[in-house]
Every structure is written in structure tokens, then in C-alpha cells.
Design a protein around this ligand. Structure first.
Ligand code: COA
Length: 577
């Protein structure tokens, strides 16, 4: 089928659908929803059988939906309408929610229903629900709808609020007034639910020490307490602790209210508060301690017999200089333990998305901070590549992109959750050359030519496909079972009598690779190119980062996505590899 994906941006859901539909042999192209005339032009150039709109912020023009069937993916149950579907579902404490695929018509979200899939809700940030439950349900609903398009006699169901089984209702856009925290009245659970319903976008508008800002990423605290609700109690790893009337909440990120500008992106809370946070007492936790549900930490360690697990749940998978240093330190400690396998678990939502572009953007010298950050992440990669004492595994629960993918490839084995999406390329960020020793670890797995093709292709890759082409070692269970499968495989690996031989092979191979070309030479060459990206005359990295961090909408669709404009056909991952 010829399918035109029409989306506000190539976001995670659009990427997942794109990759899944491509894997099923559909003929695809993408157009960003920039203007009605651009959409109309895309339709006349590509002549799709169907337009699929996974992520839209505006209505599809009438000239288009009258001409071709347009299927809109709405992140709400049947009957639900409006732009704040998930926000309301979280706020109202819905126990189950859903995704509906409906046909675009003159009224937003009111078209005939082609498919609807429900899922149980989870206590999580809106963006996390979107990346997991919504994405899985959307995929199922889209596949159902596409099947039904050609099912003889199938008629989509008109929206009929007279139906007794129809739970959904039209809902207004959620405004900041609806989200407001009443610190005197709201308890800890309510404060957290309110922040989660607005996280990652638009954030919950509040005041911290008199400073208007949006709050993100809230976690409960069980023991520390403050004096007055809303007051600041302590700081930890960039986060702040605020008192509620019955407890306290950690808030890791803030964004100053107002439009884009220096220091106005989403940042670690203490960076935004500056001197206001300097006076707060530190409430440290040991990064090398087990998970502690009574408080928040973004880095923790656990041991199960001879298997060690290192978790680094950094917000949005972005790894700042300080976070890379902490991770390297924790990894070094892990290698001194009498375990045999170290599994790097990353975070639940993302394994890693590489260097922290927001912190870089807010730095006095973004070029200098980029340099520090890439060196710090390279140091983590180096520690993995040169670890002779343990077998290392990168276990990708969530999506992984750019430097994060190549950091994962520094481990001996890479296992990813079926459904995770990898973006093994840097070019989209202003033609960054990239580092993390990719020039060693990518050819080691795929050979130079195939590795280059995968990188240049600039497409999202399903974990399943990444395993098929040999970029990673295994694609395991879905959401619920992935961690259990990782644990079982890691235990088996650690118990394998052949592990000593594996470790010996690994050291031998490392030594022979080192003789061929030292890791230091790979790093020096990569960093020489990165230095040009950061400090050279060509400022495309700085412009791309500014646009990314400040969420400046695209003014045109990249040509590798809009194949109806470039004339190229999208190459399958197998063909690229
Ligand atoms: N630094 C800082 N923030 C990052 C980030 C990074 N490296 N990568 C992703 N994010 C943030 C996004 O700004 C977004 O923030 P939000 O919560 O305010 O919306 C959030 O993570 C999710 O990213 P988004 O782009 O909405 O998610 P996605 O799943 O649709 O796309 C990526 C994921 C990774 C493809 C895309 O975010 C990306 O290209 N990131 C940059 C990767 C990169 O170039 N890293 C630096 C080079 S190593």
C-alpha cells in the first residue's frame, strides 16, 4: 500500500509506525504538517492510497480528506476528543485508556472509527505512557485499520454519543489553570499526578522561590520533610526537593517561563535556580547503592549472585558531563566486585540519547561544554571497551539514539526490547561526525561499508531489524517481559562454564585490535572532526541544537523522509547493511 505519513514531526510514535509499516513492505513517504498547501502538494506528488496521521496539531485540509482516506491516530478511547486526551486520563485517574484510529472529516476527532485498542494505565509521566502503552496500542490499531480498509463489507463506525457503551467524551484543551498545584491543599500523590500529566510537554506552570517556571519529572520522597508546603528542602544531583502538606517531592527539571532564549530550555532544576539552589543542603545518595523506593535517584546498582546491574535513568536519556562522570565512576566500582557479568540497564524510557544538548545549550560556552560532554561520554565508552574483568551487556529497555547507540555498542553484547527504536546516526544534529568510538565498534560488528550505510541512511531502526542485520545481538520480549528475560539470560551467561574462555577471547581480540589501530587513534580522529563541528566555521551543529532544544518547528520536511520530493526510494535496513 502507498502510505503518506503526515505528522507535526518525526516523533517516536511516527518513527515506530514508519519502521513497522516499512518492515511490512508498504511504500512510504513522510510529510511534515507545515501548511495546507504543502500537504496538498505532497498528496498530489505521492498519490497515496491512504494518509496516516500519527501526530498532528492541526486539522487535515478538506481538499485532502475529500480526495483520499485519511486515518488519524488519536491517543484516546473511542468517543474521546480534544488535544489533551492523555493529560485528562492521567488527571482523572482512569484505570484504562486507549488509542483510536478515526477517519478525518470536517470536525476534529469526530470522524468514523476504524479501530480502537485499549490498555491498562500505569502511574507514569505522560511522555512515558505515550512511548510505551500508547505506541503499542497505536501500532495495533493502525494495523487493524489498514487491514479493514480492504476488508469487503467492513464499514467504519460513526461516532454516536447515544451508544451506551461509549465511554469517551469531548474534552477541552487542558489549561495551566486546570493543572495548577494548590500547595496548601494538594497531597504528595496529587502533586506528582499533576506534574506527570503535563510531562514532557507543556510542563506544569508554577513558581519556585518566586521564579515562574514549568515543573517536570516528579518523584516521591518518604522520609525528608520541610516546613511549609511548596518550600525547598534539599538538592541532589541537579534535582530539588519541595515540601508538600503530607511529605515531599523531588523535581528533577525546570524550564523558565517565557519563550525560547538563553537558559530557557528544560534543565536540571538547580541550574535554573542558580544561587537560589546553592544554599540548599545536599541530600546525597550513593550511586553505588541498591534501588531505594523511599527516595529518588537516577543511578543505582544491584547484584544478583554473579550478575551486576547498573541502572542510569537520566531524564530523556540525555547524559550531561556530570552524569557521564558519575556513571563511569559507578561502572569502575562495579568492575571491582566479584561478579562476572555487568548489565547496563539505562533507564526505562531511554537507554541513552547521547550528550545532553539542553545543558550544552545553556552553558556559557556551548562549544566548550560540548567538548567536555563528548569527552566524558567517550570515557564511559572507553571503560566499557577496555573492561577485561567482566562480560558487559547493554540492555536497551527504551529507545536509544545517536551517541547513546554507539555507547551501547561499546558493551560486549547488546540486547534490546522488541519494540524499541534505535537511531544509529548523528547527522540529523547538524551533521555531527560523532564519537563514542563508533569508528571502532560499528565496523567491528558490521564492517566499514555496511556500518557507513546504516549511519548515512538516517532512519529509525526497529530492535528486531537491528538484530537481524547484526548491529545488536538480540531482540527480546516486549514491555512486560524484557527485564525478566534480560535477567534470565544474564544469569545463564554468568553461570556458563565457557565464560572464562569468552573473557579470554575478548581480551585477546582487544589486544589484537589495539595492535592494528589503538583506541586512542580512533578517539583522536573522531574528536578532531567533532572539534570542527564545535569550533569550526560551519555552525550547523549549533543551529541544529538551538532548534532542537527550543523545539523550533520544521519549515520543510527533510528530503530523506519526503521521498515524493527527492525521488529516492527508502532503502530497507537489510539492503543498507
Ligand atoms: N539532549 C537533551 N534532550 C534530549 C536529547 C539530548 N541528547 N535527546 C532527546 N532529548 C529530549 C527531547 O528534547 C525531548 O524533550 P521533551 O521532553 O521536552 O519533549 C525528549 O528528549 C524526547 O525527545 P523527542 O525528540 O520528543 O522524542 P522522540 O522519541 O520523538 O525522538 C530522538 C527521539 C532521540 C530521535 C530525538 O530526540 C533526537 O534526535 N535527539 C537528539 C540525539 C542527539 O543528537 N544527541 C546528541 C549527539 S550524541
Amino acid at each position: 500500500m502507498r502510505i503518506l505519513l503526515l505528522a507535526h514531526s518525526f516523533n517516536s510514535l511516527t518513527q515506530r509506525l514508519f519502521a513497522e509499516l516499512a518492515a511490512r513492505g508498504h511504500d512510504l513517504s513522510v510529510e511534515f504538517d507545515i501548511a495546507d498547501s504543502v500537504t496538498e502538494e505532497a498528496v498530489s506528488l505521492f498519490r497515496p492510497d491512504v494518509v496516516l496521521a500519527p501526530y498532528l496539531k492541526r486539522a487535515i485540509p478538506e481538499a485532502v480528506w475529500r480526495q483520499v482516506v485519511c486515518l488519524v491516530v488519536h491517543p484516546g478511547i473511542e468517543g474521546d476528543r480534544g488535544p489533551s486526551a492523555l493529560d485528562w486520563a492521567i488527571s482523572k485517574g482512569e484505570e484504562s485508556w486507549g488509542v483510536t484510529v478515526l477517519q478525518a472529516n470536517a470536525e476534529m476527532d469526530a470522524g468514523d472509527v476504524w479501530a480502537s485498542v485499549e490498555f491498562p494505565m500505569r502511574a507514569a509521566r505522560k511522555s512515558s505512557l505515550y512511548r510505551f502503552e500508547v505506541t503499542e496500542a497505536a501500532l495495533r490499531a493502525v494495523l487493524l485499520a489498514l487491514d479493514r480498509l480492504f476488508l469487503p463489507g467492513f464499514r467504519p463506525q460513526p461516532l454516536d454519543y447515544g451508544r451506551r457503551d461509549l465511554r469517551g467524551r469531548p474534552q477541552p484543551p487542558m489549561r495551566q489553570a486546570d493543572r495548577r498545584i494548590d500547595w496548601e491543599r494538594d497531597d504528595m500523590a496529587t502533586v506528582i499526578a499533576k506534574i506527570r500529566a503535563a510531562d514532557g510537554d507543556p510542563g506544569l506552570l508554577d513558581e519556585v522561590e518566586g521564579l515562574p517556571c514549568y515543573l517536570y519529572d516528579a518523584h516521591p520522597e518518604a522520609t525528608l520533610r520541610g516546613v511549609a508546603p511548596g518550600s525547598l528542602i534539599a538538592r541532589r544531583a541537579g534535582a530539588i526537593l519541595r515540601a508538600t502538606r503530607d511529605g515531599a517531592v523531588w523535581i528533577t527539571h525546570l524550564r523558565l517561563a517565557g519563550g525560547p532564549g538563553p537558559g530557557r530550555c528544560k534543565l536540571p532544576a538547580t541550574m535554573v535556580l542558580g544561587a537560589r539552589a546553592d544554599e540548599l543542603p545536599e541530600a546525597p545518595v550513593d550511586d553505588f547503592s541498591p534501588a531505594d523506593c523511599s527516595t529518588w535517584h537516577d543511578l543505582w546498582y544491584e547484584e544478583d549472585g554473579t550478575v551486576a546491574y547498573l541502572h542510569f535513568d537520566f531524564y530523556n536519556g540525555a547524559m550531561s558531563t556530570g552524569q557521564c562522570e558519575r556513571l563511569r565512576h559507578a561502572f569502575a566500582q562495579a568492575t571491582r566486585r566479584p561478579t562476572r557479568v555487568i548489565v547496563l540497564m539505562g533507564g526505562q524510557d531511554f537507554w541513552s540519547n547521547g550528550i545532553d544538548l539542553n545543558v550544552i545549550e545553556a552553558a556559557e560556552s556551548p562549544a566548550d561544554e560540548s567538548w567536555r560532554n563528548i569527552n566524558a561520554i567517550d570515557d564511559v565508552a572507553l571503560a566499557l571497551l577496555t573492561c577485561g574483568s567482566h562480560l558487559t551487556v547493554a540492555a536497551l529497555q527504551g529507545n536509544t539514539a545517536a551517541g547513546g547507540v554507539f555507547l551501547a555498542l561499546a558493551a560486549d553484547q547488546v540486547w534490546a526490547r522488541d519494540g524499541a527504536v534505535l537511531n544509529p546516526h548523528y547527522k540529523n544534529m547538524g551533521n555531527l561526525y560523532g564519537s563514542e568510538y563508533w569508528s571502532y565498534s560499528l565496523p567491528r560488528r558490521l564492517g566499514w561499508e555496511a556500518g557507513q550505510r546504516i549511519m548515512q541512511r538516517r532512519f529509525p531502526l526497529l530492535a528486531r531489524e537491528a538484530a537481524k542485520v547484526g548491529l545488536i545481538d538480540a531482540c527480546l520480549g516486549t514491555e512486560g517481559s524484557f527485564v525478566d528475560e534480560v535477567r534470565a539470560r544474564a544469569r545463564a551467561l554468568a553461570a556458563d562454564p565457557g565464560l572464562a574462555a569468552l573473557l579470554a577471547d575478548k581480551s585477546e581480540r582487544r589486544a589484537s585490535d589495539e595492535r592494528l589501530r589503538p583506541l586512542a587513534a580512533h578517539r583522536a580522529e573522531e574528536l578532531a572532526r567533532m572539534q570542527r563541528n564545535f569550533y569550526g566555521f560551519d555552525s550547523s551543529y549549533h543551529i541544529a541544537r538551538y532548534n532542537f532544544v527550543n523545539k523550533i518547528p520544521h519549515s520543510w520536511t527533510p528530503r530523506h523522509l519526503a521521498v515524493h520530493r527527492s525521488g529516492n526510494r527508502f532503502a530497507s535496513p537489510e539492503a543498507a547493511a
